[in-house]
Every structure is written in C-alpha cells, then in structure tokens.
Design a protein around this ligand. Structure first.
Ligand SMILES: C[S@@+](CC[C@H](N)C(=O)[O-])C[C@H]1O[C@@H](n2cnc3c(N)ncnc32)[C@H](O)[C@@H]1O
Length: 217
C-alpha cells in the first residue's frame, strides 16, 4: 500500500497554512464569480477549505483529493459560519486521483488545481491537467511561478523553505516544476490560452484562468 504523504501533517494543515492560503482561496472565488464559473471542481481539494470559500460565495463546488488524511481532516474541521452553505452543512468531498476523475466530459465550468501541480512528478501533473480539461473547458491554476523582476526575488527564494520542509520528494518535484517554468511554463507547454492572471505570494505565485486553445491542433 502506498503511504499517504499527508498522513502526519493533515491535522495541522489548516492551522498552519490557512493564514497564508486563504488569500489564494478568496482570489479563486473572485475569479469564479467575475467569470460566471458557477459549477466548479476542486480536483486536489486537500482539507476542502477552497470548496467552503467557493460555496460561501455561491459557487457550487465539489472537491476530490487522493489523500485520505486530508479528506479526514476536512470532515473533522468546523468551517467558518460565512463559508457554510445554508442548504448543506457538510462539504461534498470524495477520494479520487486527479488523473482519473469520476465525472463526465464537461461536467463543470472549471476545475481548480491549487498548489498541487508543483508537488507532482511531471507526467502526473500533465495527466492531471489533461484530465481537468476533459471535465471542464477552463482551469484555474494557482501555483508557483518564476520571479519576473527583482522585487519578486525575496518571495521566490522564501518559498523554498516550506517546500524543502515538505520532504525530499516534494522538494525534488517542486524544483523540477520551477525548472520547467513554474505554472506559466506548464500552461504554455499545454498550449492553454490564459484569460486572466493574478499575482500571488508577493510575486512567487500566480493564479491563471486558462482554457483549451481552440487554435491548437
Ligand atoms: C499542498 S496540498 C493543497 C491542497 C489545497 N488545494 C489547498 O490549497 O489547501 C496538495 C494536495 O494535492 C493532493 N494531491 C496530490 N497528488 C494528487 C493526485 N494525483 N490526485 C488528487 N490529489 C492529489 C494532495 O493529497 C494534497 O491534498
């Protein structure tokens, strides 16, 4: 049986990272609202916090993740009242590999892949992105990017610290992801058309709203 890399951190994940990641989740919700993306899948949802924020903003979000520990932490967590949908107190989260999603073609308006692609080996990330674009015409990719100017460098260097602490394999995959151009390199190689781009983490990250490029073959 494969070990769950999140088994030890899952119960601490929200406590440690929500102060940093809630800004990303609000940015995702704002883009969904502005672009009319109202049926959304969060395909590496972790503890489900992004889903809660989206549902609080009126977006019908469901979440899937591979880690039983992260999904377990989601069920244990008590969500902020503002994020609780009035119709359902619990989040619709289930276990699935982002490479093989149990949904029909174009079942959603968009798929969120947030802070997950950088930790995957390249073939896994490519397969997850392709699968996201099977179940929705658009993707919201929130992940690390290359520093664009000197002002971005402190943040770009700082993010090595949490990524290194996440373990040797995680850090190796992160470095490979960055060597291939980060999230923007991934979108470019996949031939995606980027519709919107927001800066995250003081320039160390980006949120891209992108779609299949109709001019690509
Ligand atoms: C750093 S966490 C980010 C979680 C969440 N998106 C957030 O912003 O808090 C990365 C998540 O990706 C999930 N993940 C990694 N590989 C996956 C795969 N192949 N299929 C589904 N989930 C995966 C992990 O289990 C973990 O919950």
């Amino acid at each position: 049986m494969t070990t769950d890399p999140y088994a030890r951190i899952a119960e601490w994940y929200d406590l440690l990272l929500n102060p940093v990641l809630d800004g990303v989740r609000r940015a995702v919700a704002e883009v969904c609202r502005a672009e009319g993306l109202l049926r959304v899948l969060d395909a590496c949802c972790g503890t489900g916090r992004q889903c809660a924020v989206l549902r609080g903003a009126g977006v019908a979000c469901v979440g899937t993740d591979l880690s039983p520990a992260m999904l377990g932490a989601a069920r244990a967590v008590s969500l902020p009242a503002t994020s609780r949908p009035s119709s359902s107190p619990s989040l619709p989260l289930s276990r699935a590999d982002a490479r093989v999603l149990p949904f029909a073609d174009n079942a959603f308006d968009a798929v969120v892949l947030s802070l997950a692609l950088h930790e995957m080996p390249e073939p896994v990330g490519n397969a997850a992105l392709a699968e996201a674009l099977r179940v929705a015409p658009r993707v919201l990719l929130a992940d690390y990017r290359l520093a664009e100017r000197n002002l971005d460098l402190p943040a770009a260097l700082f993010v090595h610290l949490p990524e290194r602490l996440a373990g040797a394999e995680h850090y190796r995959n992160f470095r490979g992801f960055m060597a291939r151009g980060g999230v923007e390199g991934l979108a470019h190689r996949a031939g995606l058309a980027v519709i919107r781009r927001e800066r995250l983490f003081g320039g160390a990250g980006a949120l891209l709203l992108a779609e299949r490029n109709s001019r690509a073959g």
